[in-house]
Ligand binder design. Structure first.
Ligand code: SAM
Length: 244
């Protein structure tokens, strides 16, 4: 009798599961118009929460993967990035936009003369400061990029990894890219592949390469390489053609 009841409960759950999955598909993720009006405060709160509730590199990566997988993907990303960037970093003043827990910051600081980074999340800054305490050539700032007052072209190179995908508002995205161009003549971005109509998180928007080319114009896309590290990423270097 007991076994029969358990069997009936299992049948009921299995009948319900597809409906639960369907309901989630309908509600998630938010549509583009709703994402447009998510405030910067909400974005900051989301990243603060992530910093407080996730561990290791999964704090800044997808939790569709295990911690070990994310560590392995980070290693692949770093190796592929250095293959392209190592020489360009040596002895340079580098700006990092959105440092997270400092996953890429230490790699930059190993070769650059100086790294200055900003992040919108004060909780991420705490995690990064702890992880990067051995480095004397890193300055971490909690702020929004648009509030910065560095003189134009203060940096030899500007680096960002998976940050632009989290800027949801179109106008803010354009202003952010304009500020990036103000800060440096050489901009390196690493962003995941654009999947049209794919369900992605409420705080994420992927863009096709053409969108980045348009956004960074008149800078030219001088290098592009695909990196497969769990997901597929593109590393793209944009350079100001007017640089002497
Ligand atoms: C996916 S994580 C990537 C962190 C780091 N770049 C890495 O690859 O490990 C995105 C980071 O960007 C920060 N972020 C998101 N929107 C931002 C904004 N508008 N300004 C500054 N930082 C932002 C978040 O707080 C978070 O730390």
């Amino acid at each position: 009798m007991k076994n029969k009841n358990i069997f009936l409960i299992l049948v009921a759950i299995s009948l319900l599961l597809p409906n639960i999955a369907d309901a989630r598909r309908v509600q998630f993720p938010l549509d583009a118009a709703t994402k447009e009006v998510i405030s910067q405060n909400q974005v900051e709160e989301e990243w603060d929460n992530r910093a407080n509730n996730r561990e290791g590199v999964t704090t800044v990566m997808s939790n569709r993967y295990t911690s070990d997988e994310n560590l392995e993907f980070t290693k692949i990303l770093q190796e592929e990035i250095l293959e392209i960037l190592q020489e360009r970093l040596e002895g340079k003043r580098v700006f990092e936009f959105g440092f997270g827990i400092g996953r890429m910051t230490s790699m930059l600081a190993e070769y650059a003369n100086e790294v200055v980074g900003i992040d919108i999340s004060s909780e991420m800054l705490k995690r990064a400061a702890e992880n990067l305490s051995d480095y004397k050539n890193i300055t971490l700032i909690h702020n929004q990029i648009l509030n910065l007052n560095f003189p134009p072209k203060s940096f030899d190179l500007l680096f960002e990894c998976t940050v632009l995908i989290h800027i949801l508002n179109q106008e803010l995205l354009q202003q952010t890219v304009a500020k990036m161009k103000e800060l440096s003549d050489t901009i390196v971005i690493i962003e995941p592949k654009y999947y049209e109509n794919t369900a992605i998180g409420n705080y994420t928007n992927t863009w096709p390469i053409e969108t980045y080319i348009e956004l960074f114009s008149p800078y030219r896309l001088t290098t592009i390489k695909t990196i497969v590290a769990g997901d597929e990423y593109k590393i793209m270097i944009f350079e100001n053609p007017d640089t002497p």
